[in-house]
Design a binder for this molecule. Structure first.
Ligand code: NAD
Length: 451
């Protein structure tokens, strides 16, 4: 792990991010005292656990959230967080070290501001930066000398410079002297109780060495290990590598699953065997596609940026295309399996079990289930889903589905296992029902087939 000392002797001035912009203006006076130690902008799947972790470390935290509904959900203790985080949240709210607001001007009362808002892609897979731009503009507007501003949303390389460093300089701040700017992507895995945020190392890059030192102190409030990379760009690129690595490997696992299926070999036997090698292999599992806010989106931030400079990344392009096609592969498999029984899609009743994009979370964003349901419907199938995390779901064509609470009565011709939540009851599945196990997680039924 590199340290600040390594950076001092090595790469600190090697990147253009490190150029300190000086303007002939009086330096703004740093505030002597701030009401809050940390403000978190955006209290979603990532921002809320971050705010909780800081509050739990003893910091005085301000949570800025623009959605009144989200604020209400948090205050009503209905937010989808781990049980242990719910307890910490209760403590923080009642102990007064977590205050919630929708007033962006209050950001000036926090010593550190952490931006954690969504960075989605649009229907054409082009990064949609509107939310991040608005959040950063609010941070710059409220910026006060002495603050450390840290971007944690996944984004393109150069974004922290474009949306924070440059606008701050235009406001007359000398970044690295009057105010500090850094990038450190969140690595949280929402819904995963196996890791405490404290135990997951953070990667950080600052606009200057001073910025990186300030960010180091901020991160150490709740993270045990902080890894320094010496520039904003390297920190931004690290996150893109992490998630592109996962995307490419998931695409490879899917391809291997199809290859194994064609040769009548069990893919999990093969992956488990390969995973006995103690080095050079990391197990990725196949599935019905990828969802959530990271894998289907983040690599497109990189590809979008590369197109501008005409740099090719064919491997990533192919992986992302394969991932995008996976839900249709599920539908094709449904068609094949049904036609093996002499039935067409147009007369079939199909039930999806688990529609969240991964087990044990109430998160539907980019879930392959939505595309599978829509696609099946477009071929005339009658569709339903079983997932107690969602009472009602609206498909892209506006069609509204309700959770099938009595799956036995739905009388599906075919069941697709899409996501296996721990709490789900599957006893109603009978031996003569057709089951496609798109999870590959060895839920075994006498009739189950894989994709
Ligand atoms: N979800 C994940 O698994 C995950 C993991 C690691 C990193 N990330 C990254 O973290 C970032 C945030 O993702 P998320 O999943 O928490 O998003 P989210 O949609 O769950 O939450 C974002 C929240 O920000 C709020 N918001 C938007 N604009 C705002 C503004 N100007 N001021 C205040 N609040 C505002 C929204 O109302 C929302 O509640 C993304 O860049 C994502 O790539 C996500």
């Amino acid at each position: 792990m590199s340290s600040l000392t390594d950076i001092r002797h090595g790469i600190e001035f090697a990147h253009p991010d490190r150029v300190v912009l000086t303007l002939a203006v009086e330096p703004p006076q740093a505030k002597a005292e701030f009401d809050f130690d940390v403000a978190v902008v955006g209290l979603g799947y990532v921002g809320l656990p971050t705010a909780i972790a800081y509050a739990d470390s003893g910091a005085r935290v301000l949570g800025l959230e623009i959605s009144p509904r989200r604020l209400e959900t948090i205050l009503d203790r209905r937010a989808d967080v781990l049980e242990r985080d719910q307890l910490k949240l209760d403590r923080a709210l009642s102990g007064n070290n977590l205050a919630l607001t929708n007033d962006k001007s209050e950001l000036s009362s926090a010593r550190a501001v952490i931006v954690c808002v969504p960075t989605p892609v649009d229907d054409f897979l082009v990064p949609d930066l509107a939310i991040l731009r608005a959040a950063c503009a609010a941070v710059v507007e409220a910026a006060t000398a002495g603050q450390i501003l840290m971007l944690t949303s996944t984004t393109y390389v150069g974004c922290t410079n474009d949306l924070l460093v440059q606008p701050l300089s235009q406001r007359g701040f000398v970044v690295g002297r009057d105010i500090f700017v850094a990038f450190s992507a969140e690595r949280i895995d929402p819904g995963n109780a196996s890791f405490e945020q404290r135990d997951v190392p953070r990667v950080v890059g600052g606009a200057t060495l001073e910025c990186e030192e300030e960010a180091d102190r901020l991160l150490h409030l709740y993270a045990a290990n902080v890894h320094h990379v010496g520039s904003l760009a390297a920190a931004e690129m690290t996150k893109l590598l992490e998630n592109t690595f996962r995307a490419v490997n998931i695409a490879l696992a899917n391809e291997f699953a199809d290859i194994c299926s064609s040769l009548d070999i069990d893919i999990n036997t093969v992956i488990d065997a390969a995973a006995t090698k103690p080095y050079g292999f990391m197990a990725f599992r196949p599935g019905p596609g990828v969802g959530g806010h990271c894998i289907p989106c983040d690599p497109h931030y990189l590809l979008w940026q590369l197109r501008r400079s005409r740099v090719d990344a064919p491997l990533i392009e192919v992986a992302m295309t394969a991932i995008a096609h996976r839900p249709r592969h599920v539908v094709e498999r449904v068609r094949d399996v049904l036609s093996g029984r002499g039935q067409g899609l147009a007369t079939a009743k199909v039930l999806l079990v688990g529609i969240a994009y991964k087990p044990n979370v109430a998160d539907l964003r980019e879930s392959p289930a939505l595309e599978i349901l829509s696609e099946l419907r477009s071929h005339g199938a009658t569709v339903g889903y079983l997932d107690n995390h969602f009472d009602v779901v609206t498909l892209s064509d506006g069609h509204v589905l309700q959770n099938v609470t009595q799956p036995a009565l739905f009388a599906a011709d075919l069941i697709i296992m899409h996501t296996t939540h721990e709490s789900v009851d599957l006893d109603w599945i009978t031996t003569h029902q057709l089951v496609i196990d798109a999870t590959y997680d060895r839920v075994s039924y006498p009739t189950a087939v894989t994709l």
